[in-house]
Ligand binder design. Sequence first.
Ligand SMILES: Cc1cc2nc3c(=O)[nH]c(=O)nc-3n(C[C@H](O)[C@H](O)[C@H](O)COP(=O)(O)OP(=O)(O)OC[C@H]3O[C@@H](n4cnc5c(N)ncnc54)[C@H](O)[C@@H]3O)c2cc1C
Length: 391
Amino acid sequence: MGNETVAKTVVVLGAGVGGLTTATRLRGMLPEQDRIVLVDRSFDGVLGLSLLWVMRGWRTADQVHVRPKPLPGIDMRAAEVRSIDTDNRHVHTDSGSIAYDALVIALGAGLAPDRVPGLSDVTEAGIAGEFYTLDGADLLHRQLSEVDSGRITFVVAGVPFKCPAAPFEGALLAADLLGELGVRGSVTVDAFTPDPFPMPVAGPAVGKALVGMLEQHGIGFHPGKSLELVDARAKQLTFADGTREPFDFLVVVPPHQAPAPVRETRLGPMGWIPVDPRTLASDVPGVWALGDCSALMLPNGKPLPKAAVFAEGESEVVANGVARHLGYDAPEPYFDGNGSCYVEIGGHLAAKGVGNFLEAPAPSVTLMDPSPEFHREKQDEERAWMERWSG
Ligand SMILES: Cc1cc2nc3c(=O)[nH]c(=O)nc-3n(C[C@H](O)[C@H](O)[C@H](O)COP(=O)(O)OP(=O)(O)OC[C@H]3O[C@@H](n4cnc5c(N)ncnc54)[C@H](O)[C@@H]3O)c2cc1C
């Protein structure tokens, strides 16, 4: 390895799936003298898949925190990232500024519930909930456990959103919970999405299979529905096509937005950071983005789904790119686009989708039938992740 004399600093922003894996991979690749600074506002995260189980009641909130133990050779800074100055290669936080030689942005995706008029009113009235945060999933479990009649609507309030299967898994697991509570017969469950079918990135065959699973469990599927307004008094949803739908309880996937410092730095037109699909390099030399805050465009013109499986896969590519940028020998960065995901359908069963998302002209994804084995694989994934970081 060349370039040993001048110590370098790599700053990794965000200690979620992408940031933790990139920082630890880099620590294994760079000489000791090079600093790796990992910045996160809390170092207290949660795996997305655990949120669904908290909502279902198979986990408590206390069981699913991911609080990383000290990572040898990594300077872990608990701080709020305020802004990123790519001209002067500095990150500004609420507890000081950090200069970098290479920067990795893995700040995830934020939620913007205020973008839906009326949503805060129904939430305050206790007739709406969400499972995209740990507190939300925990509360939603209690709220769903009290429902004994009426109509529950699961609504995707904007695209893109994390984990394309999650809203439908949520509806299936809620139906499963209501069945266990003995009230499923008196509660109607419906799912609404702006997309033409679930998980459109995986193609119509996968979408059709998922609609079939919803129908099998008595869940109504309503495509092409962009939520415009929620009326708390009338308990009514208004969609962009002018249709209105009544509800007794609303479960919403809130609109997502890129994290504030990323939006403000204007690294990407919509806030999400455009990256090279094979290297994850941004348009700014020395800056990489991965995971939910990046916009990796596929050959079919759709963005790569926001999923942990991709954030983790991308971390190896980013680590290689950073090491080479700093002048070290490392494999050529190459993201292969392979990924898999599980779709919980209730009854401790999960389907599994496997495919290559970078294939041209469109991703090739196969959905395998639900089985207890796939559910167990997902449990193993959760356990491995918790053990890896929390010890
Ligand atoms: C309900 C649900 C189910 C899911 N199921 C699956 C699944 O089955 N399989 C799958 O692959 N994916 C799943 N996902 C998606 C997965 O959780 C995300 O794609 C993944 O966590 C993205 O990793 P990331 O590193 O990009 O972001 P994150 O893991 O969200 O990490 C971002 C980090 O940045 C920090 N941060 C943000 N802003 C700041 C700031 N200004 N200053 C300091 N720190 C900041 C946060 O604290 C956080 O630790 C699911 C998501 C949800 C919500």
